[in-house]
Design a protein around this ligand. Structure first.
Ligand code: MG
Length: 253
């Protein structure tokens, strides 16, 4: 590993491990998503996640990270990110964001998605679709020679064209030997700013999109981020490498 402007460039060997980590994580999250249903608690979702993670011989990256109590962040409806698993029941009509990180052979991988519980209203389906699509709009810009903020700008432009708002207070990040590495990757801002992207950089790109205002606040538990206006929020994330052939999504489901 070497660094340029504090952004680490991964070796081929590191890329191979990160690729495996991403594949394992995507499989875990697919299984976890299938386990979601009406009537279970967010704490039970966390228990299932821990079992799935340990079964595959990898380590839950979030458990104990800055004293976070769960293996996964489970954020329901107005909860944006960092939802602490607990007694909250999932009900039909809810949307639930799962954010999962693992450590495989000392390397981190990070993914998030928002799922529907039972029958959800069309406006929520649209929110999920736009958030997911905005992630791919960002990933499309994760190319050798582009500027970092080309990713940010593509995400914001797409989200706002669809009349939703993009969260400012939480951003994506570099990833590798550490869960959070340089650079920070905002999901908003003008194009053509910041560092030039190089082959071997690996990013966790993660737009958080709100139905109402972009503003958020943190609950008294010190973790759970909610929308300031109580309207719903969605979150999608992939771990992505800047490769010579274009972006490579390690956590593709
Ligand atoms: Mg992340």
């Amino acid at each position: 590993m070497k660094t340029t402007n504090l952004i680490s460039i991964k070796t081929a060997q590191e890329i191979a491990i990160l690729r495996d980590a991403g594949k394992i994580l995507a499989e875990i999250v697919e299984d976890l998503k299938r386990s979601l249903k009406e009537g279970i608690t967010t704490g039970e979702v966390d228990q299932v996640a821990e079992k799935l993670i340990r079964q595959r011989g990898v380590v839950p990256a979030f458990k104990g990270y800055r004293d976070f109590p769960g293996c996964v962040c489970v954020s329901v409806n107005e909860e944006v990110v960092h939802g602490v698993p607990g007694n909250r029941l999932l009900r039909s009509g809810d949307i639930v964001s799962l954010d999962v990180g693992i450590i495989h052979k000392d390397y981190y991988s990070d993914i998030a998605l928002t799922a529907e519980i039972g029958i959800v209203r069309d406006a929520l389906k649209k929110l999920l679709e736009v958030t997911s699509q905005s992630l791919y709009k960002g990933i499309e810009q994760a190319r050798v020679g582009n500027h970092l903020s080309d990713i940010s700008h593509a995400i914001q432009t797409f989200v706002e064209a669809n009349h939703f708002s993009i969260v400012r207070d939480f951003v994506g990040h570099g990833i590798g030997k550490n869960l959070h590495e340089d650079p920070e990757i905002p999901n908003f801002g003008p194009a053509h700013n910041g560092p030039i992207l190089k082959e071997g950089m690996v990013f966790a790109i993660e737009p958080m999109v709100n139905m109402g205002t972009w503003q958020t606040r943190i609950l008294d538990d010190g973790w759970t981020v909610v929308t300031q206006d109580g309207q719903p929020s969605a979150h999608f994330e992939h771990t992505v490498a800047i490769a010579s052939q274009g972006p490579e999504i390690f956590t593709r489901i």
